[in-house]
Design a protein around this ligand. Structure first.
Ligand SMILES: Nc1ncnc2c1ncn2[C@@H]1O[C@H](COP(=O)(O)OP(=O)(O)OP(=O)(O)O)[C@@H](O)[C@H]1O
Ligand SMILES: Cc1ncc(COP(=O)(O)O)c(N)n1
Length: 279
């Protein structure tokens, strides 16, 4: 039976500035009517200008958070964001294999939108660790650079990326939500996203491109919205149809939040997760 209030766990890093990571996840889960929980993997010191420090938590502390939740609380969906180290990737993969949550959304966070690295995972170690996580996930949400890194294939234009996404889905038996925010066609009027199924079927959704630098945390926000909607029983295609226009509105409303010094060229402000409640 689908619960009235989906219970959603975010396994992710903390963003002190509140725009990405577990902070974005909790705001998004609440905005979509869910009950949010967190297992924090790393503390980051960051603001709208960039990342100053990254401090991964000890594996035991992360495992204790996960086990505490699983021992007492049923989860309708799990969203995974920044993991930070190969050890934490392995611990989370092991926990997923043991608890087998009904819905697992994996946002393969590697680099912040400021360009700062959020994982200390080399390519060789990373390949096996990502592979194990991908197998335990139901949906993976790469942007174009992350897809290229996960597959070792070119993903600079949309058709090449769709091909690489089909390969990733088939190889790891996971549905792919391919995000087009990083497409080179920066001047294009629309941004595509696509659900790519294991059998290669593609369901594409296009939305108007929002011209704003309030784009910090869009990936975290989208994956949390999709997890909450799937936890409430929606298909990935229906969840994307609802989340994408909501996220574009959150980006449009972001600058009015007046969070951070937008006069500096390094500014990447947060989206407004609460825009729908306020309007
Ligand atoms: N300029 C934009 N206008 C409208 N939607 C956008 C824009 N940029 C990104 N999006 C949407 O935001 C979501 C995240 O896409 P993107 O490809 O930027 O992922 P990401 O790089 O993981 O995000 P982040 O900025 O958090 O790193 C997608 O649904 C994408 O369509
Ligand atoms: C703790 C944490 N998790 C994820 C991101 C990625 O978000 P973005 O790519 O929008 O900076 C981030 N900056 N910080």
């Amino acid at each position: 039976m689908t619960p009235a209030v989906p219970r959603v766990l975010s396994i992710a890093g903390s963003d002190s500035g509140g725009g990405a990571g577990v902070q974005a996840d909790l705001k998004t889960i609440a905005a979509w009517g869910g009950y949010g929980m967190t297992a924090i993997t790393a503390i980051t010191a960051q603001n709208t200008q960039g990342v100053r420090a990254v401090h991964p938590l000890p594996v035991d502390v992360v495992r204790a958070q996960l086990d505490s939740i699983a021992a007492d609380i049923a989860m309708d969906a799990v969203k995974i964001g920044m993991l930070g180290t190969v050890e934490l990737m392995g611990a989370v993969a092991g926990w997923l294999e043991k608890t087998r949550p009904a819905v697992v959304v994996l946002d393969p966070v590697m680099v912040a939108s400021s360009g700062d690295a959020l994982t200390a995972v080399g390519d060789d170690d990373g390949r096996a660790a990502w592979s194990r996580l991908l197998r335990a996930a139901h949906l993976v949400t790469p942007n174009l650079p992350e897809l290229a890194r996960l597959t070792g294939r070119d993903a600079t234009d949309w058709d090449a990326a769709l091909d690489a996404a089909r390969g990733l889905a088939a190889e790891h038996d996971v549905t792919v939500l391919l995000k087009g925010g990083h497409l080179d066609e920066a001047a294009a009027a629309e941004v595509p996203d696509a659900v790519v199924r294991v059998d290669g079927a593609v369901h594409e959704v296009r939305g108007p491109r929002v011209a704003t630098r309030a784009s910090h945390g869009t990936g975290c926000t989208l994956s949390s919205a999709l997890a909450t909607l799937a936890g409430a029983g929606l298909s990935w295609e229906d969840a994307l149809a609802r989340a994408k226009p909501w996220l574009a509105d959150a980006m449009r409303a972001g600058e009015a939040l007046a969070v951070g010094d937008a006069s500096r060229p390094t500014w990447h402000g947060p989206v407004d997760h609460g825009h729908a409640q306020r309007s």
